[in-house]
Design a protein around this ligand. Structure first.
Ligand SMILES: C[S@@+](CC[C@H](N)C(=O)[O-])C[C@H]1O[C@@H](n2cnc3c(N)ncnc32)[C@H](O)[C@@H]1O
Length: 187
């Protein structure tokens, strides 16, 4: 079984609990307003084409759609996407949901003004390849907006120190943080 099959299986099994966790928070006005503020500040002003990678149950994609952008959400876990469909219908919002690999999203080069991602990078395989592919999908002057966290404490642990993932994280973290902090155009 490939690493990706294991990762996708994990998220398919987590879909119910993830949906519950996300939707119970999403109902709180302050929580929703804060995420809207974050994405508004990170993305182009209006009516942009945005690809939300690892969209899951769709919280980011729907928040961004509510800001007036045209959003595509891509994920490999179909149980997570089923929740995203449901959440979009409940809120009366339109998002194009696509089953696909966030590492190599199957879209034409320069077909988006921005790529967004929340809580994906930590669980992603082949981060270098993904970053290169996302960069290629973004039109000149566009944005890459990533939000993530260090989910497992204590950090670093002996186990994670030995893994390639931590090494990858260390290498990319300053770059990722820099992109968010400065809202630097990617090209
Ligand atoms: C922690 S959830 C985050 C969901 C959503 N972005 C959010 O902010 O609530 C991580 C998601 O990334 C997806 N994912 C992980 N690796 C992926 C890959 N290679 N391609 C597509 N989706 C992937 C999982 O299926 C899962 O839905």
């Amino acid at each position: 079984m490939s690493v990706q099959t294991k990762i996708t299986g994990y998220w398919d099994r987590r879909a119910d609990s993830y949906q519950h966790n996300q939707e119970s928070q999403a109902g709180a006005a302050e929580y929703a307003a804060e995420w809207a503020r974050i994405w508004r500040s990170a993305l182009p002003e209006s009516h942009a084409d945005v690809l939300d990678v690892g969209t899951g149950t769709g919280h980011v994609a729907l928040t961004i759609a509510e800001l007036g952008h045209r959003v595509t959400g891509v994920d490999l876990a179909q149980q997570m996407l089923a929740k995203a469909h449901h959440n979009a219908a409940t809120r009366g919002l339109e998002v194009r949901w696509v089953v696909g690999d966030a590492v190599a999203p199957d879209f034409a080069e320069a077909s988006f003004d921005a790529v967004s991602g929340r809580y994906l990078v930590w669980t992603l395989r082949e981060i270098d390849r993904a970053l290169r592919n996302w960069h290629a999908l973004i039109r000149p002057g566009g944005r890459l907006a990533l939000v993530d966290g260090l989910w497992f404490r204590p950090w670093p642990t002996t186990t994670t120190k030995r893994s390639g993932r931590l090494w990858n994280w260390r290498r990319h973290r300053p770059w990722i943080r820099g992109s968010i902090a400065s809202k630097r155009p990617v090209s």
